[in-house]
Design a protein around this ligand. Sequence first.
Ligand code: AMP
Ligand code: MG
Length: 324
Amino acid sequence: MKSEVLSIALPLLLLASMPAAAEWHHREAAIMGTRIAVELWHDDPGEAAAATEAVLEEMHRVDGLMSHYRPESQLSRINAHAAEGPVAVDPELAGLIDEAAGFSERTGGAFDITYASVGYLYDFRERRHPTDAQIEAGLAAVDWRHVIVDLGASTVRFTQPGVRIDLGGIAKGYAVDRAVALLAARGVRHASVTAGGDSRILGDRFGRPWVVAIRHPDDPQRFIARIPLEDAAISTSGDYERYFDEDGERYHHIINPSTGRSAGGLRSVTIIGPNATETDAISTSVFVLGPERGLALIEELPDLDAVLVRSDGKVLYSSGLTPP
Ligand code: AMP
Ligand code: MG
């Protein structure tokens, strides 16, 4: 009799003393016009679900602030009114626009959120692109120096009419960084957060690195490289994300600010570095710079590494990834 009770009680006791269900938790959602994936390790399923929910909420919040699709977003208000005078915005948005200017400076203007002054004339879903005359007219407004951020007053203004900004080249990386900071603050030590082509890895996978695959530009099922990562960010920019082909030419969403046209020379750029805001902005920038100038920029930045797929299909690695 006694042993029968024990045989039931003992497993229950063991269960109670063990963590409830220490395991990987995975969730996906569609936010910011892209696929969001959150994977984390937690020993409490309730806390894991709450942490994941907090990440998705944060993504919605950043999207609400920075989306150019939403007419009510602060970013849309800037585009509508900043040529008339300073527009008051959240310090967070003013800060990111200021950070974007820093990337413009570091990349010789390859990264430029005012690309949108011409960029808005493209519609990749509708297969629409601007005429040469429209590009010429719009280019006068493309210059990151046309955007004046007052961090103290938290305002943004444009120096002239016709300027538009778009944070599509940096906002996802920023959101991913915010998400990872939020998870770390909740005590999560092993996680991966992805927004489209931008991911950040927190910790490792219990003694092993996370492995992030870089897809082939023409086939999402094939991979050109697998990169082991711990506590790092990785961003990929590609000409296959948003595009259409016309008369043998590919019109895609990464625009060279000096020409107003889709950047050539590369099919994809992957940047590995410490945070996703930076890898996001730099992946877009290197795409604009092209293989030679792009790789030269990465060699100057000791924190960053790169994998480039050139237009002819050749894969190029920065020296940090090249075996000696
Ligand atoms: P990504 O996939 O990170 O390279 O971002 C591409 C997005 O960045 C585009 O869809 C645009 O929203 C934006 N973008 C395109 N060209 C530029 C540029 N030269 N500088 C900054 N942002 C850009
Ligand atoms: Mg980017």
